[in-house]
Design a protein around this ligand. Sequence first.
Ligand SMILES: [Zn+2]
Length: 119
Amino acid sequence: MFRTEFDDPEGVRHGGLLTFNYRFAPDGLCTRRQLAAEGLTPGRQPIAAQIKWRRGKRFAYLYRRDLAVPKRPATDAQLRALTKAWVALSTCPSCKTEYGYYIPKRYGECLDCFEQAGA
Ligand SMILES: [Zn+2]
């Protein structure tokens, strides 16, 4: 569902889209992430502009805040799926302990197990 954000960035870059430097975007334009922080989503509006930083290596699309729509609350099924995924990601496969954080992919198990295995 995030795919369209990466469709043909070159075409967009040369398509006359308004471009601002990071942190210099006008009021009323927000990134998808900024909208999400307020419980909003861009909805069906087109991209209004883009911001660039790191000399244009990173960019994000901006949407009009006044056209943003409230996020639909997640359904119970979605919440259950999220919880399940979260539990799976935060449970150590070695000692089956559930932690309050994701098990580091680098180690593949909790730090206790990792340290014991390395000792
Ligand atoms: Zn463990």
